[in-house]
Design a protein around this ligand. Structure first.
Ligand code: HEM
Length: 405
């Protein structure tokens, strides 16, 4: 099979369900593999690592998008995210990122350990109530979604009463980040983008009138004081991005983690016994079944190289994080789930200028939640009937039924 056929299969329902065998087929063709449509796939750890850090490889932004994606301007979901840091290059990227990073500090995140622990205990209590009679509980709905949404909404300053509506909205919006979303999915993503933009625009107005100690108030203050640092449109785009990036991915980290533990009873016993550290578990889940499987870049100069391969100026690259994390040149027995690996450094949070702003927060949530969950329910078991979300880029479960006793 050549790279074009592999990419076609990756984009099929079968490839989305289990992309890993296809990554291995691509790896046999080399670390950088032409995949048709003016694109190439990068599958090697060293090459993806290097490409993420190369400033001459840019994200598709508002200026370049027309050349790469027909008809994007008709989709509010795509237009909205194009104004966020995730889809901006220098100098706009640095301008916005430094502002957001200045309010989203390591100190602010570290201070969340106590509230995260309290939120975990609260959710475990609620789950215990629901599953007390031995009936199945959906882990995704009852825990994996609620924890990150609660944490990011607390940080942003989204009132509790408004949070329930975000799961379907963010799930719909995430179609805009997929490589091939169909028109029905895009229509739902567009509606979700418009509703979220309206929501944050109202909330920003409320915070403008009555500032609180939250991230929205801090960003509104900056945007109002000097719109050349952060325009109104950019403010909304980045608030929506923070909300969506803040829980879709972490929800999937928790779900993928629990499913992997069920499939590997030794690892599960290791977490219970304390021989597997929470950080080691988190790293290995990120590596083995990354919640973000790929990202894209385009070259801004001719003659650019990734590893030994020259990338033609008009060729974009898919950086296959999920494949790089299983590169046998970097990891011995990469297919094994081994949370005691040392020096793992998976590429699941990206790298270089766009390195995930929420990495520390996501790690904290996973490290607090997983051991607490296992300690609370000694008889925790899968109840069968788990379903995956039909996505390639954001990989995770839709439902993961469990019994608690
Ligand atoms: C397991 C959880 C998470 C994973 C796997 C993840 C993954 C990623 C990846 C791969 C990127 C880089 C994309 C690229 O280079 O094109 C990224 C960027 C980003 N992430 Fe995360 N993320 C997670 C959690 C979070 C959380 C909790 C937040 C916020 C609270 C967050 C906010 C962001 C933001 C704002 C960016 C854009 C940074 C930029 O473009 O400069 N992420 N994330």
């Amino acid at each position: 099979m050549d790279g074009v056929a592999i990419m076609e299969r990756l984009l099929s329902a079968e490839g989305r369900a289990d992309p890993y065998p296809l990554y291995e087929l691509a790896r046999e063709l080399g670390p950088v593999v032409p995949s048709g449509g003016g694109m190439a796939m990068v599958v090697g750890y060293r090459e993806v690592h290097q490409a993420l850090r190369n400033p001459a490889l840019e994200v598709i932004d508002a200026e370049s998008r027309d050349r790469w994606e027909d008809g994007y301007a008709e989709h509010p979901s795509k237009v909205l995210l194009t104004r966020s840091i995730l889809e901006s290059n220098a100098p706009h990227h640095q301008r916005m990122r430094s502002l957001i990073a200045s309010v989203f500090t390591a100190r602010r995140v570290a201070a969340l350990e106590e509230p995260v622990t309290a939120a975990v205990q609260r959710l475990l209590d609620e789950m215990a109530d629901h599953g007390a009679d031995g009936s199945p509980v959906d882990f995704m709905d009852a825990f994996a979604y609620r924890l990150p949404v609660g944490v990011i909404c607390e940080l942003l300053g989204v009132p509790e009463a408004d949070r329930a509506r975000f799961r379907p909205l963010a799930a719909d919006l995430s179609a805009a980040l997929e490589l091939l979303a169909d028109e029905t999915e895009l229509a739902a993503a567009d509606e979700a983008a418009e509703e979220l933009a309206r929501y944050f625009s109202h909330l920003a107005a409320r915070r403008r009138a009555d500032p609180q100690h939250d991230l929205i108030s801090a960003l509104v203050e900056v945007a109002d004081a000097d719109p050349s640092r952060l325009s109104g449109r950019e403010l909304l785009a980045n608030l929506v991005l923070l909300l969506a990036a803040g829980f879709e991915t972490t929800t999937n980290l928790l779900g993928n983690g629990l499913a992997l533990l069920f499939a590997h009873p030794d690892a599960l016993a290791g977490v219970r016994a304390g021989t597997v550290t929470p950080a080691g578990l988190t790293d290995e889940v990120l590596r083995h079944d990354s919640p973000v499987q790929l990202t894209g870049r385009i070259p801004s100069v001719p003659g650019l190289r990734i590893g030994e391969s020259e990338i033609p100026k008009e060729t974009g690259v898919f950086l296959l994080i999920g494949a790089a994390n299983r590169d046998p040149a970097r990891y011995p027995h990469p297919e094994r789930f081994d949370p005691t690996r040392q020096d793992s450094q998976p590429l699941s949070f990206g790298g270089g200028p766009h390195f995930c702003l929420g990495a520390q927060l996501a790690r904290l949530e996973s490290a607090v939640a997983m051991p607490a969950l296992l300690a609370r329910f000694p008889d925790l078991a899968p109840a069968g009937g788990a379903t995956r979300r039909d996505r390639l880029v954001l990989r995770g479960f839709h439902t993961l039924p469990i019994t608690l006793r």
